[in-house]
Ligand binder design. Structure first.
Ligand SMILES: C[S@@+](CC[C@H](N)C(=O)[O-])C[C@H]1O[C@@H](n2cnc3c(N)ncnc32)[C@H](O)[C@@H]1O
Length: 222
């Protein structure tokens, strides 16, 4: 996929808000038990506990794509997962490196990863596909499928619904961002189209600081 103007504005927007975003969402998972439950299940699958053919403690490497300030990468690391982060925004990657110096974070796009075919045990996309128009999700999910090893898992967190919300201000800064709320059935169908079979899904209601239902979809390659 070629660089689009949307990707340029997504990068610029997250560069602008990186420090404030990290301050505001850094400890958010602590008050979201259902989100942590999905991450715990994903971690258990990708660690490959007790599965023959894994690569020792932690299993294969797992990419947190659109990792932002690295808070979920660090959460996975705390669960024994060999996680690294990739984000479009250099400012987000700088925050992540500064906050978690023991972890690896790279600048890159989930639409064209610098990762060999079939090597990852897992891919996490935690609210990082929310700026991708649903029509472009097949390209992104095909890239996830390309880098996953057979039997590898993907976990997507997204805003569940069917809306496009235009953001012009966020976290105290002007931004230029579209946020796509996506029907869980559509996410499941598009993942299936990329060869990623649904394992489980969760849709929970918004907490007091959220404006939409939240969707979580776990799928497996093959
Ligand atoms: C809502 S934030 C979520 C960040 C992080 N996953 C978290 O939950 O804290 C969305 C992130 O996705 C990144 N992103 C959006 N499109 C991307 C792409 N094509 N490739 C890599 N990162 C992307 C943005 O730069 C931003 O850091």
């Amino acid at each position: 996929m070629t660089e689009t103007s949307d990707l340029t504005s997504v990068r610029a927007s997250y560069d602008a808000v990186a420090v404030e975003y990290a301050r505001l969402v850094g400890t958010e998972l602590a008050r979201k038990p259902l989100d942590r439950a999905m991450l715990a299940a994903f971690a258990e699958y990708v660690r490959g506990d007790g599965v023959r053919g894994d690569e020792g403690r932690g299993g294969r490497a797992v990419a947190d794509l659109g990792c932002g300030p690295g808070r979920v990468t660090a959460h996975l690391d705390g669960l024994g997962v060999r996680a690294f982060g990739v984000d479009l925004s250099p400012a987000m990657v700088a925050v992540a490196r500064r906050t978690y110096p023991g972890l690896r974070f790279e600048v890159g796009s989930m639409t064209a990863l610098d990762v060999a075919d079939g090597v990852l045990g897992g891919v996490l996309a935690w609210y990082s596909t929310v700026h991708t128009p649903p029509a472009e999700l097949p390209v992104v999910f095909a890239e996830f499928a390309r880098v996953l090893a057979p039997g590898g898992h993907v976990l997507i967190a997204f805003k569940a619904g069917d809306e496009r919300i235009r953001l012009e201000h966020a976290y105290g800064h002007p931004v230029e961002l579209d946020v796509y709320w996506t029907p869980p059935d559509l996410v499941a169908d598009l993942l299936a189209g990329a060869g990623l079979t649904e394992v489980a899904r969760l849709v929970r209601g918004p907490d007091p600081r959220e404006n939409s239902p939240q969707g979580f979809l776990l799928a497996r390659k093959g």
